[in-house]
Design a protein around this ligand. Structure first.
Ligand code: MN
Length: 438
C-alpha cells in the first residue's frame, strides 16, 4: 500500500486559485486522471485541478512534465487511460509527481506554467468521457447491511445466506452499457410479472432504481492461470470511481433465479469521470471491517495482515435527487442518503484476489464494482429498494413529492469524498444521470 509522501502535504498550494476553494473535490493533493473532449472535438487525457482541467498534451509540449520516461509520456497521448494504467502503480505515481510539480505555486515549472496558452480548460466547457475503455465489468455484493436488508425482504426468517460470510458474492456484468456521467438513462422495457409464478408482460419497468457503489479500475493485469495473492492485490488497482448500477427491480425479481441478474442491470451503468488514484487515497485508508465473534475468519487466501489493518477506504458517499419539478421550480437537489465505504464486509483487495483466485485474468481498464454501499442506519441505505423497503415506505421531498422508485425526469447524483484530520479533503466529482421515459 502507498506510503504518505510530500504529495499529500496539506500545506502545498497551487497557482490555480480554485484548487484552494472551500469544498472543492480537486485540490492539488488529489490530481485524478480523466479523458476530456473540447468543444471543437479534440480528445485528450487531463487532470482535474479545482474547476479546471490540465491538458497533459499541452503540458508535455511545453516541457512542463519534467523527465517522465518516454513510455509513460507516450501513454498519455492516448484517448483513454488504459495504456498508462497498464504500466502499473509506479507510472501513475510518476505522473502524479510531475503534474503536482507543474501545478505547485512554488516550483520553477509552476512559475512557468500559467503563461502557457491552452494548458487549462475550464471543466464546465468540456465533455467528460469514460476515463477507461472497460473490457470486463464485475459487480460484487460486499455490503453485509445491503445483503441483509435485501435478503430480509425476500426471506424474512433467513436474510443472509450461509455462504455470504465466506465468499465474496458477485456476478459478471455488461461493459458495453457503461456510460459517462451526464448520459441520459432510458427507462428499460422488460419482462415483469405481478406473481412469482407468472405470467409476465413486456412493459416499461415500474421499479427503476439506482445503486450507490464504488468501482475499482484494474491497472496492471495478471496472466491467465496466475492468481493474485492478497498481499499484491493493490499493485493491480489503478484507482477508484463512483458507480451507479441502475436496476429494474421488477425485471430483476422475475428473471434472477436461478442464474442471477441479467437484463435488469445491463441497460445502463454510470461512472464518474475522474480516476482517483490509490496514491491520492493513501491518507484515508482505514482497517477492514472487523469480524464479530460469531463471524467466521476469512479463508487463508483472503487473509492478509496489511489488508486487515489498512484495506478499507474512508469514503463518505451520498445520493442526491433532483426531480423534474425541482428543476422547473429552480430548487436544489435533495439528499436521499449518506453512508461510508469503510463499512464494507469485504475489502477491494479481497474482491480482486477472489476474482483471480481460480486463474481468471484481469486486464487494464476492467471495472470491479463493490455492490450497493449501505450501512446499518436507515439514512445510509444505498438504493431505493432498501430506503423505501421495496416501495412500501415512499420517501417524501420538501415540495411534497414522494418516490417509491424513480420517475421520468429524476436526476440521480452520487457524490463521494474523503476527509481525515490534518489532511485536505478530496472528492470524486459527480456521477449523475437523468431518467428518460421508455
Ligand atoms: Mn449492483
Amino acid at each position: 500500500m502507498t506510503m504518505l509522501d510530500a504529495s499529500h502535504d496539506p500545506m502545498v498550494t497551487s497557482w490555480v486559485p480554485s484548487a484552494q476553494a472551500a469544498g472543492t473535490d480537486f485540490p492539488i493533493q488529489n490530481l485524478p486522471l480523466g479523458v476530456f473532449e473540447t468543444a471543437d472535438g479534440r480528445v485528450g487525457i487531463g487532470v482535474a485541478i479545482g474547476d479546471q482541467v490540465v491538458d497533459l498534451r499541452v503540458a508535455r509540449e511545453a516541457a512542463l512534465l519534467g523527465s517522465l520516461p518516454a513510455a509513460i509520456a507516450g501513454a498519455l497521448e492516448a484517448t483513454t487511460l488504459n495504456a498508462v494504467i497498464a504500466l502499473g502503480r509506479p507510472a501513475l505515481s510518476a505522473v502524479r509527481q510531475a503534474v503536482q510539480g507543474m501545478l505547485r505555486a512554488d516550483t520553477e515549472a509552476g512559475r512557468a506554467a500559467p503563461r502557457v496558452p491552452g494548458l487549462l480548460h475550464p471543466m464546465a466547457s468540456l465533455r467528460l468521457r469514460l476515463p477507461v475503455e472497460v473490457g470486463d465489468y464485475t459487480d460484487f455484493y460486499a455490503s453485509v447491511d445491503h445483503a441483509t436488508n435485501v435478503g430480509s425482504m425476500f426471506r424474512p426468517d433467513n436474510p443472509l445466506l450461509p455462504n455470504y460470510r465466506h465468499v465474496p458474492i458477485g456476478y459478471h456484468g455488461r461493459a458495453s452499457s457503461i456510460v459517462p456521467t451526464g448520459t441520459p438513462v432510458h427507462r428499460p422495457m422488460g419482462q415483469v410479472s405481478a406473481k412469482p409464478e407468472g405470467p409476465p408482460t413486456f412493459a416499461p419497468t415500474a421499479r427503476l432504481d439506482y445503486e450507490l457503489e464504488v468501482g475499482a479500475v484494474i491497472g496492471a493485469g495478471n496472466l491467465l492461470g496466475t492468481p493474485i495473492p492478497l498481499a499484491e492485490a493493490e499493485a493491480h488497482l489503478a484507482g477508484l470511481v463512483l458507480v451507479n448500477d441502475w436496476s429494474a427491480r421488477d425485471v430483476q425479481a422475475w428473471e434472477y433465479q436461478p442464474l442471477g441478474p441479467f437484463l435488469a442491470k445491463n441497460f445502463a451503468t454510470t461512472i464518474s469521470p475522474w480516476l482517483v488514484t490509490l496514491d491520492a487515497l493513501a491518507p484515508y485508508r482505514v482497517p477492514a471491517r472487523a469480524r464479530t465473534a460469531d463471524e467466521p475468519a476469512p479463508l487463508p487466501y483472503l487473509t492478509d495482515g496489511r489488508d486487515q489493518t489498512q484495506g478499507g477506504f474512508a469514503i463518505t458517499l451520498e445520493v442526491w435527487i433532483r426531480t423534474a419539478r425541482m428543476r422547473e421550480a429552480g430548487t436544489p437537489a435533495e439528499r436521499l442518503s449518506r453512508g461510508s465505504f469503510a463499512q464494507m464486509y469485504w475489502t477491494l483487495g479481497q474482491m480482486l484476489t477472489h476474482h483471480a483466485s481460480g486463474g481468471c485474468n484481469l486486464r487494464p481498464g476492467d471495472l470491479i464494482a463493490s455492490g450497493t454501499v449501505s450501512g446499518p442506519e436507515q439514512s445510509s441505505r444505498g438504493c431505493l429498494l432498501e430506503l423505501t423497503w421495496r416501495g412500501a415506505e415512499p420517501v417524501t421531498f420538501s415540495n411534497g413529492e414522494t418516490r417509491a422508485f424513480l420517475a421520468d425526469g429524476d436526476e440521480v447524483i452520487l457524490r463521494g469524498w474523503c476527509e481525515a484530520p490534518g489532511r485536505v479533503r478530496i472528492g470524486f466529482g459527480d456521477c449523475r444521470g437523468t431518467v428518460v421515459g421508455a
